[in-house]
Every structure is written in structure tokens, then in C-alpha cells.
Ligand binder design. Structure first.
Ligand SMILES: NC(=O)c1ccc[n+]([C@@H]2O[C@H](COP(=O)([O-])OP(=O)(O)OC[C@H]3O[C@@H](n4cnc5c(N)ncnc54)[C@H](O)[C@@H]3O)[C@@H](O)[C@H]2O)c1
Length: 281
């Protein structure tokens, strides 16, 4: 049997990670808290692979064998023999800490425990285990099967050996690993979120319309999506939460979230997922 990759969480990111790992030839064990969530994850994988079949980038047999390499479970036990486990559960420190403690008890001391967190400190997750040198951030981008980058985050104790193994895994998944040290927002969100926030401020202050703001960044900076449309895609609640992590982490007012962003989140206008954000869907 091929090497086992464990994936915890079968939501947007978890099912994407399971798909690329299985496509790279690994046996995948995907765990969630209910069969209904797991079913939803598998059908998202099926749909995503079917698009490649329709575009003749993948045969139906290959699609079936990729899905056949993904085992689903609501238990932790089947993850015991995994050589890597990638955690992609809800962005909540308590939930993630519990997952890391349980994985630390269950898996071999050699197993690498990775988190796909967007903002939680890898150093803190590492400290919850007896193997902080084997704990690392693997920050995949959404949608996982499409986006090339994996931002690899080294906690204060993450070893070079762990980093090299993670790099090997990302290469096999057809992704590019770029590393950074553990710091609020890592690199990706520390650079992206202030840009999005500033775009919201320009809207708030009436500097330009949403269409102008997005158009200026698309046509002028060659961004594929304007910052307001991108915020809607990410989720305005997620953007606000990450800005708050930056604000708290650095104690610097330059990361203060725009009041308009807070107001939209208060209204439940969270972007594409709720049908309304800066645009209507
Ligand atoms: N959505 C994005 O664009 C994006 C991008 C990069 C990173 N992330 C990060 O990825 C992680 C997951 O985000 P998502 O968007 O996939 O969330 P999601 O809500 O779509 O999925 C989370 C899944 O985790 C499951 N879960 C919760 N507790 C669990 C547990 N103890 N064991 C197993 N499963 C559990 C939930 O049932 C749910 O299915 C978060 O840390 C998030 O910050 C998200």
C-alpha cells in the first residue's frame, strides 16, 4: 500500500487537499465529525475531478481510482499509520489544539503534523504536542486543486528535516512550497489583507465606486480580481478575523479593520457564501 496522508476536516480546504494528495498517488484517510460532512466532501471532489474529465485532462478510470484512494472516517484510529497528517478543521484555537493533542497521542513519533490554518500560531500548536519539531504550517490556497502555492510556515521549533519532507510532499502534489517563519498572518495574509482593507476604506470614504476600485486594481495592477470581489470570495467574516489577528498580534493601528467591513459582517453580508457582500450574487 502507498504512503498514507491523513486529512482532518472535509470542508472547502480539507476535501481539496485530499483530492490533490490522492491524485499524487497517496492513500488518503479523510476524517470529519459526521458522515454527512464526509459525503459532502466526497461529492465536491467528484465534481471537481469531473470537470477535468469533461475537459479531457483526466480519464473516467483515473478519476475513479483517485476517489478509490480516499477513505473516509469519523474516527481518529484509521489515521494511526499516516506519515503526514494535514489538519484543515474550523479556524478555532481550542478545536485545533484538541486535534493536535489527539494526533500526538495516536500517531508514530515520526509522523509530521501539519496545519492549514490561515492565522493561528504554528508555534502554539507545536507546543500542544510532544513533537514541536515535527509540527509545521502547510497553508494551501483556495481552490486547492487550482492554486499552485503552499506557504510553508516554520514554528519556532520546526526542524529543517520536517521542512524538507513537507517540501517533498508539496512537490509530489504538483505545488510549489515557499517558506516563511511563524508570524501573524504569515506572508500571504499580512500583505493581502491590508490591501483589501485599504480598498474597503476607499469605498467607505467615497473615493471611488466599487467597480472603479476593482477595475483600477485589475487593469492597472494586472490583478485577476479586484480587492472587493476577492474579499467577497474569501468571506468578509474571514477577512475581518484575519485583520483582527494582525491587529492583536502586532498591536499596530495600521491593521485596524475598516468600520464598513465590520458593519457588513454585522449585517451578515459575508460575500458570495451569503449572496451579498460588496456585490450581490
Ligand atoms: N476557505 C479558505 O479560503 C481557506 C484558505 C486557506 C486556509 N484556510 C483554513 O483552512 C481551515 C479549514 O477551512 P475551510 O474553509 O475548509 O472550513 P470549512 O468550514 O469548510 O471546513 C471545516 C471542516 O472541519 C470539520 N471539523 C470541525 N472540527 C473537526 C474535528 N475535530 N475533526 C474533524 N473535522 C472537524 C467541520 O465539520 C468542517 O467540515 C481553516 O483553518 C481555515 O482558516 C481556509
Amino acid at each position: 500500500m502507498s504512503e498514507i496522508i491523513g486529512v482532518i476536516g472535509s470542508g472547502t480546504m480539507g476535501n481539496g487537499i485530499a483530492q490533490v494528495a490522492a491524485r499524487a498517488g497517496y492513500t488518503v484517510v479523510m476524517r470529519d465529525v459526521s458522515d454527512a460532512f464526509l459525503q459532502r466532501g466526497i461529492s465536491a471532489i467528484d465534481k471537481s475531478l469531473q470537470r477535468d474529465v469533461d475537459k479531457e485532462r483526466l480519464s473516467t478510470e483515473e478519476k475513479q481510482s483517485i476517489i478509490g484512494r480516499i477513505r473516509t472516517t469519523t474516527e481518529l484510529e484509521p489515521l494511526r499509520d499516516a506519515s503526514f497528517v494535514i489538519e484543515a478543521v474550523t479556524e478555532d484555537l481550542t478545536v485545533k489544539t484538541e486535534v493536535f493533542k489527539a494526533l500526538d497521542r495516536l500517531t508514530s513519533p515520526e509522523t509530521i503534523l501539519a496545519s492549514n490554518t490561515s492565522s493561528i500560531s504554528i508555534t502554539r500548536l507545536g507546543a500542544a504536542t510532544s513533537r514541536p519539531e515535527k509540527v509545521v504550517g502547510m497553508h494551501f490556497m483556495n481552490p486547492v486543486p487550482v492554486m499552485k502555492l503552499v506557504e510553508v510556515i516554520r514554528g519556532i521549533a520546526t526542524s529543517d528535516e520536517t521542512y524538507e519532507k513537507v517540501r517533498g510532499l508539496t512537490d509530489k502534489m504538483g505545488k510549489t512550497a515557499l517558506d516563511c517563519n511563524d508570524s501573524p498572518g504569515f506572508v500571504s495574509n499580512r500583505v493581502l489583507m491590508p490591501m483589501i482593507n485599504e480598498a474597503v476604506f476607499t469605498l467607505y470614504e467615497g473615493v471611488a465606486t466599487r467597480e472603479s476600485i476593482d477595475g483600477i486594481m485589475q487593469l492597472g495592477m494586472n490583478h485577476p480580481m479586484g480587492p472587493l470581489a476577492l474579499a467577497d470570495f474569501i468571506g468578509l467574516d474571514v477577512c475581518l478575523a484575519i485583520l483582527n489577528v494582525l491587529y492583536d498580534g502586532f498591536g499596530d493601528p495600521k491593521y485596524r479593520a475598516c468600520p464598513l467591513l465590520k458593519r457588513y459582517v454585522d449585517a451578515g453580508w459575508l460575500g458570495r457564501k451569503t449572496g451579498r457582500g460588496f456585490y450581490q450574487y
